[in-house]
Ligand binder design. Structure first.
Ligand SMILES: Cc1cc2nc3c(=O)[nH]c(=O)nc-3n(C[C@H](O)[C@H](O)[C@H](O)COP(=O)(O)O)c2cc1C
Length: 368
């Protein structure tokens, strides 16, 4: 099958992409004290040289005392870290690439395996790590306001440093998603409630402030997932109607791109609807916005099993091309294949299937 659809340019506001391939945001924990160094810049530059259309950075945390549970995850605040990011974007641009940081607050988390702890308690909607399991504090209205301000500051810095877009991490059971999810949001004030719309208030306000910080013409992506790291079977929207009610206010607040995280992109979002559309497919259909799909592109197994030690073999991308060809979504994020192989895009374009590399968790030990 032709790969033309993958290599069609794409333009949206501040983005002028040469193809539809996005490097998925992937935490690498190679930024001691939160500062990304020359090795991190060179790692991203290699993906730009390898013709990745849009690079999304690993999650990089905003300025809150407990936004991270890992001392080696990069900060997106402070002079040293921002100078590091300046170097990253300059290297990516020098190689002809485009890039946005993924701005992140982890919310209530388990302690890092090293025993390292942030200076203050973890914070989330109700202080819960999993349903019924406290591991931090419930945020006050002041904490919420300060968190929104921290995201807006990081957004302004993103634009000032010259990045091409930004992404907000609203997926996988981290802070923004902890508010969305009734399992962790037991608040009785206006940031919680039985309706997903009520639990979306934090995200809507945050998107509005980020939009205000970057202006109308700067592309904002919001990453979302139904599944949570705390519960793979969790679902925020059980029907297309519920999904529309969830996403429309976010679109109106200023989201340009919904990055729809699935563990396997080929899984239909709503089994009962008689459609094989995936998450990104439904979101594009319901909101009319640009969407990114992701999840096991070019690999046989999904990433969380990969963390647990399951190896993944290279796999054909025919099904992906079929869906892209019928415009089910606009962009395709690729994770682990781009960890193991900065030249994956060129290999796809040139049909060099026999040179593809599989993924095993040993690959996480180094920045190739
Ligand atoms: C090492 C690693 C780190 C990840 N870190 C992040 C992250 O910081 N933010 C995020 O939204 N997703 C993160 N993910 C999920 C990926 O962005 C992607 O959704 C997932 O790996 C599925 O894509 P793949 O099957 O092509 O690897 C991470 C995945 C991996 C493998």
């Amino acid at each position: 099958m032709s790969t033309n659809a993958l290599f069609t340019p794409f333009a949206l506001k501040s983005l002028q992409l040469k193809n539809r391939i996005v490097m998925a945001p992937m935490t690498r924990s190679f930024s001691p004290h939160g500062v990304p160094g020359a090795d991190v810049a060179a790692y991203y530059r290699r993906r730009a040289e390898g013709q990745v259309g849009l690079i999304l950075s690993e999650g990089t945390v905003v300025e809150r005392p407990a936004s991270s549970n890992d001392p080696n995850v990069p900060h997106f605040y402070g002079e040293a870290a921002l100078a590091g990011w300046q170097h990253v974007i300059d290297e990516v641009h020098a190689a002809g690439g485009q890039m946005g940081p993924q701005l992140w607050h982890m919310g209530v988390m388990a302690e890092h395996r090293s025993g390292w702890k942030p200076s203050e308690q973890f914070e989330g909607p109700s202080g819960l790590l999993k349903p019924g399991q406290p591991a931090g504090k419930a945020m006050s209205e002041n904490d919420i306001a300060d968190t929104i301000a921290a995201f807006a500051q990081a957004a302004a810095d993103t634009k000032r440093l010259g990045f091409d877009c930004l992404e907000l991490h609203g997926a996988h059971g981290y802070l923004i998603d902890q508010f969305f999810w009734a399992g962790l949001n037991e608040r009785t004030d206006s940031y919680g409630g039985d309706d997903l719309t009520q639990r979306s208030r934090l995200a809507v306000e945050l998107v509005k402030e980020v939009r205000r910080a970057v202006g109308e013409d700067f592309a904002i992506s919001l990453r979302l997932s139904q599944w949570k790291q705390q519960d793979y079977a969790a679902r925020l929207a059980r029907t297309p109607q519920e999904m529309e009610v969830w996403l429309q206010p976010l679109a109106e607040a200023g989201v340009d791109i919904f990055h729809c995280s699935q563990r396997r992109f080929w899984e239909p979002e709503f089994e009962d609807e008689g459609s094989d559309l995936n998450f990104a497919g439904w979101v594009k259909k319901l909101t009319g916005k640009t969407t990114i799909t992701v999840g096991s592109v070019g690999l046989s197994g999904e990433f969380l099993a990969g963390f647990a030690g399951e190896a993944s073999e290279p796999q054909s991308i025919e099904e992906l091309l079929r869906r892209l060809d019928r415009n089910e979504f606009d962009l395709v994020a690729v994770g682990r294949q781009l960890i193991v192989d900065p030249n994956w895009v060129e290999k796809i374009r040139e049909g060099r299937g026999d040179e593809m590399v599989g993924f095993s968790r040993e690959a996480l030990r180094t920045l190739v």
